[in-house]
Design a protein around this ligand. Structure first.
Ligand SMILES: Nc1ncnc2c1ncn2[C@@H]1O[C@H](COP(=O)(O)OP(=O)(O)O)[C@@H](O)[C@H]1O
Ligand SMILES: N[C@@H](CCC(=O)OP(=O)(O)O)C(=O)O
Length: 266
């Protein structure tokens, strides 16, 4: 049994997924002030005793800027080159910002195969537990885009974050995006659904694809993530990562964005 079993832990644990949309500017560069604000929020919550595992996108988007792509390339080797260039930039930035607050980052790059093999899954699980037990390391997970190919890739970090939440037996999965939640219709005027008790066909029909050049999945993969997390008993919340102190507000129990219950539980 994993050491971090939910019932045996004294600290609540969240997995927080940061999407490309909130990590980058409309021009495609990493959005430094925004990332700084998110790091600050995570560091404050960590300091208050919450354990946080980050799942961060942004490698391909960041690499695209550096390699001079205006649009997301389609060839696998171009995408992989973007990830190879962008991932270290991203981690360097996280390390710089977290170290200002007394924390360090720990990078885990996973593929679908790592979660499909019991040994590799348990290795990743034990590594995260070990890091969390040390108190000052923030695991930052991304898909290992450089070696992933069609048959073995998640392709989106929404579902990956839900599998990670199940792996670490998180109390909650939080998906921070650049939309305020699941809208009734995929346009800026659509009403936000505050609570999803059960993922019905009606909910699925609301979820559309992304409108962004750099992101993947849109709301479709976020609803998939809610289903994966829910089946592991983990509630999931989607909120706008650009809203002021969004993580603190969620921690305070404020009703923001869309909360997907897991088996009726918040
Ligand atoms: N029902 C919906 N409610 C809100 N956003 C939606 C919906 N359907 C599709 N979307 C799209 O989901 C996108 C957000 O997801 P995505 O771009 O993948 O962000 P991230 O990079 O954070 O994963 C937005 O572009 C939005 O247009
Ligand atoms: N692994 C990719 C992210 C893929 C992804 O899911 O992106 P997003 O839809 O922005 O969360 C990257 O780092 O660019």
């Amino acid at each position: 049994m994993a050491k971090g079993k939910r019932s045996e832990r004294s600290h609540p644990r969240w997995v927080v997924k940061l999407g490309t949309g909130i990590l980058s500017t409309p021009a495609g560069d990493l959005d430094l002030p925004q990332i700084r604000r998110l790091v600050q929020q995570v560091a404050i919550l960590e300091g208050q005793g919450l354990e946080i595992v980050l799942v961060s996108s942004g490698a391909i988007g960041s690499g695209m800027g550096l390699l001079g792509y205006r649009r997301r390339p389609t060839a696998i080797e171009e995408l992989q080159a973007c990830a190879a260039v962008g991932q270290p930039q991203l981690m360097r930035l996280y390390e710089e910002l977290f170290s200002e607050r007394g924390f360090h980052v720990a990078q885990l790059l996973l593929t679908y195969l790592d979660l499909d093999s019991r040994t590799l899954y348990e290795n990743a699980q034990k590594t995260i537990e070990h890091l969390l037990a040390r108190g000052v390391f923030i695991p930052v997970i991304n898909e290992n885009d450089v070696v992933s190919y069609e048959e073995i890739k998640f392709g989106d970090n929404d579902r990956l974050s839900a599998h990670v939440a199940a792996m670490v037996q998180a109390d909650k999965l939080i998906i921070l995006s650049n939309v305020p939640g699941l809208r009734e219709r995929n346009d800026d005027g659509g009403r936000i659904i505050p609570l999803v008790e059960r993922i019905t066909g009606e909910i699925e029909a609301m979820a559309g694809k992304t409108r962004s050049e750099r992101s993947v999945g849109g709301m479709v993969t976020k609803v998939d993530a809610a289903r994966i997390a829910g089946s592991a008993g983990i509630p999931m919340q989607i909120a706008d990562g650009r809203e002021t102190e969004i993580l603190q507000r969620i921690a305070a129990g404020e009703s923001v964005g869309t909360l997907f219950l897991a088996g009726g539980k918040p």
